[in-house]
Design a protein around this ligand. Structure first.
Ligand code: ATP
Ligand code: MG
Length: 644
């Protein structure tokens, strides 16, 4: 029986310091060498407090706080709270808790965009006075359909574009005073209606929204939009490197335009935006909006349900910050989107838990075994080590052993194949830390179900195999029936069956119906003293964590954090009839599998049209026609002026 978790570590090609180079580090190094920003490095993590942070946010947290740490800079935590309808204090608190748990600290650099509303308003008036912004009274729909233009056609000026400064100022002040309903007017940047980048076509900056804000209350009824608030918050805080995900690439031109328009003329001394590829994990959905749906529909027990990809859910399930940080390090920082295999995170987690989890025994689906060669009422005690010998760590517990024990139902087979090394009629198996037993007969009820196994033991086989000299092929775990501690165990599995969940609007259709199984397990008695937050490995079963929320003193509840092996890879390999790959890929898949599939297929008419129109590789065109989300991204990138 293997007591340790025998997975190999994918070797790292980078230095151990966490300072693996990437294009963002190179930019920071270059800027410092050139004396840009006076050599300062100030980054920020800018969450919108409209949900709990998820594993994707961890990537951005590690990146921003990591850069600041490694270059002697600081990282601000800024709540990007400019949307009154969805933001809440509960989320602000969750964000702070999760960042600390991940091991990062913002010190006294906690900021709120909502604290800048007055200054942002002043900037808005300044832009109007300098002829760089105007109040537009077209509805959003009118502007979009009649004025904005398309990717291939320029837009045309709003009829309100040439309002005088006085008229604009008057309207903006009355917007602020609450004289107009939502949507009646909007403040627009006055840039260029024929710019190939749609964001440069008089993008809106400030809108009317009669809604109460979780911090500002009812003080405001106009709110800055993302493109206005974000860059100016960066400017106000003296951010040097403003790092965001790739979807914001086309916003960069507007970012630069706005900071320059309010007077930050020196490109060596104002914030710059850089984009990197977001973290995507297979079988994991990372949209706060959709995660909120799961919470609101009570599909899960809350934001911290151990199946959720939120940091609070993962923490409650038993994930460690070390494993998550290691994942973020390993996948690196890229410029192109990819999907990382969830198996990599699980592998890193096992590696970390292996060091942190003492080995104990628990039986999840018990089957009673009576060892008739042991006297009734006799109790023997084994002093069993908590750690595998090769770890060379102290610690043991007492394991009582008696005539009646429980073994795992799966560890017995009435008609086993030849190579079955566990218990079967006439066969022998070793009970971990105890004796070798032999199955003499099976007891069944009227329905023909096995209710009990009757065995004998070999008194000469006491202790471990090596000591007793008795060799049998299999070793199984067990618990003494009279001493067993009955306990609730929650077996968690992936929340989604879909490899890329979230593509359907109705995410319920993508759920794994077996993502949670609750059992009454029989555990070894030492576990009765477990406290919330304790970690153990149930030998042969997996890593478990005493639920920090529902466990009570004397009544722990154990969550399965992760199994000992990647059962998903095995199942997948079985269906594919190929040998299972033991090790998850250490690197992000560079390309999604469908791209390769697509190469083989005949191109659809639509794909051919894309090839012809944009000179795309056939496989890329096929992929675009098959994945609506990707197609939407492609189209919006095109409309933003990016090359195909
Ligand atoms: P979601 O799409 O899940 O709602 P978001 O981007 O709207 O996420 P924010 O609160 O705005 O959520 O995110 C805060 C920061 O985290 C942003 O800088 C964002 O770019 C970054 N971020 C969000 N998701 C990911 C991800 N999957 N990988 C890396 N960074 C991410
Ligand atoms: Mg966002």
């Amino acid at each position: 029986m293997s007591t340790s978790n025998e997975v190999k570590t994918p070797t790292r090609s980078e230095p151990e310091s966490g300072a693996a180079s990437n294009f963002l580090r190179e930019i920071v190094e270059r800027d410092r060498a050139q004396g840009k920003h006076g050599g300062r490095v100030v980054t920020r993590f800018p969450p919108e407090p409209n949900g709990y942070p998820h594993i994707g946010h961890a990537k951005s947290i590690c990146l921003n706080f990591g850069l600041a740490r490694d270059f002697g800079g600081v990282c601000h935590l800024r709540m990007d709270d400019t949307n009154p309808e969805t933001e809440e204090m509960e989320y602000v608190e969750a964000i702070q808790r999760d960042i600390k748990w991940l091991g990062f600290d913002w010190g006294d650099k906690l900021f709120f965009a909502s604290d800048y509303y007055e200054r942002l308003y002043e900037f808005a008036e300044q832009l109007i006075r300098e002829g760089k912004a105007y109040v537009c009274s077209l509805s959003e729909e009118e502007f979009r359909t009649q004025y904005r233009g398309t990717v291939t056609e320029p837009g045309k000026p709003s009829p309100y574009r040439n309002r005088t400064v006085d008229e604009n100022l008057d309207l903006l002040r009355r917007m602020r005073a609450g004289e107009f309903p939502d949507g009646a007017h909007v403040l627009r940047a006055k840039i260029d209606m024929s710019n190939p980048n749609m964001k440069m076509r008089d993008w809106p900056l400030v809108r009317i929204r009669h809604a109460s804000h979780y911090r500002a209350g009812n003080k405001w009824c106009i709110y800055p939009l993302y493109d206005f608030a974000h860059c100016l918050s960066d400017l106000i805080e003296g951010i040097t490197h403003s790092i965001c995900t790739l979807e914001f690439e086309s916003n960069r031109e507007l970012y630069d335009w706005i900071v320059e328009a309010v007077g930050a003329k020196d490109p060596n001394n104002r914030p710059h935006q850089y984009e990197f590829a977001r973290l995507n994990l297979s079988y994991t959905m990372m949209s706060k909006r959709k995660l909120l749906q799961l919470v609101e529909t009570k599909t899960v027990a809350g934001w911290d349900d151990p199946r959720m990809p939120t940091l609070s859910g993962m923490r409650r399930r038993g994930y460690t910050p070390e494993a998550i940080r290691e994942l973020c390090d390993r996948v690196g920082v890229a410029k192109n989107n990819s999907i990382v295999d969830l198996a990599l995170l699980e592998h890193l987690l096992r590696e970390d838990l292996d060091k942190k989890s003492p080995r104990v025994m628990g039986v999840l689906k018990p089957l009673r075994v009576v060892i008739e060669s042991i006297e009734k009422g006799k109790v023997e005690e084994f002093d069993a080590p908590l750690w595998p010998a090769e770890m060379d760590r102290a610690g043991s517990r007492k394991l009582p052993f008696s005539r009646e024990i429980f073994i795992e139902r799966d560890d017995f087979m009435e008609n086993p194949p030849k190579d079955y090394h566990r218990l079967a009629p006439g066969r022998e198996v070793r009970l971990r830390h105890a004796y070798v037993i032999k199955c003499e007969r099976v007891v069944k009820n009227e329905a023909g179900e096995i209710t009990e196994i009757v065995c004998t033991h070999d008194p000469a086989s006491r202790g471990e195999a090596a000591a007793s000299g008795k060799r049998v092929k299999g070793t199984i775990h067990w618990v003494s029936a009279a001493h067993a501690f009955e306990c609730e165990v929650r077996l968690y599995d992936r929340l989604f069956l879909a490899e890329a969940p979230g593509s359907l609007e109705d995410t319920a259709k993508e759920l794994n119906p077996l993502s949670l199984q609750t059992l009454r397990a029989k555990l070894e008695p030492s576990l009765a003293a477990s406290k919330a937050g304790d970690r153990v490995q149930f030998e042969r079963l997996g890593f478990f964590f005493a639920d920090p929320v529902d466990s009570k003193d004397g009544a722990p509840i154990f969550n399965r954090t992760v199994g000992l092996k990647d059962s998903w890879a095995k199942a997948a390999a079985k269906t594919a009839e190929s040998t299972p790959t033991k090790e998850p890929k250490a690197e992000a898949k560079k390309e999604k599998a469908p791209a390769k599939e697509a190469e083989k297929k005949e191109l659809s008419a639509e794909a051919k049209a894309l090839v012809a129109a944009h000179d795309l590789a056939p496989a890329d065109a096929a992929l675009l026609t098959e994945e609506p989300a990707l197609r939407a991204l492609f189209d919006s990138a095109l409309s933003a002026g990016a090359p195909a």
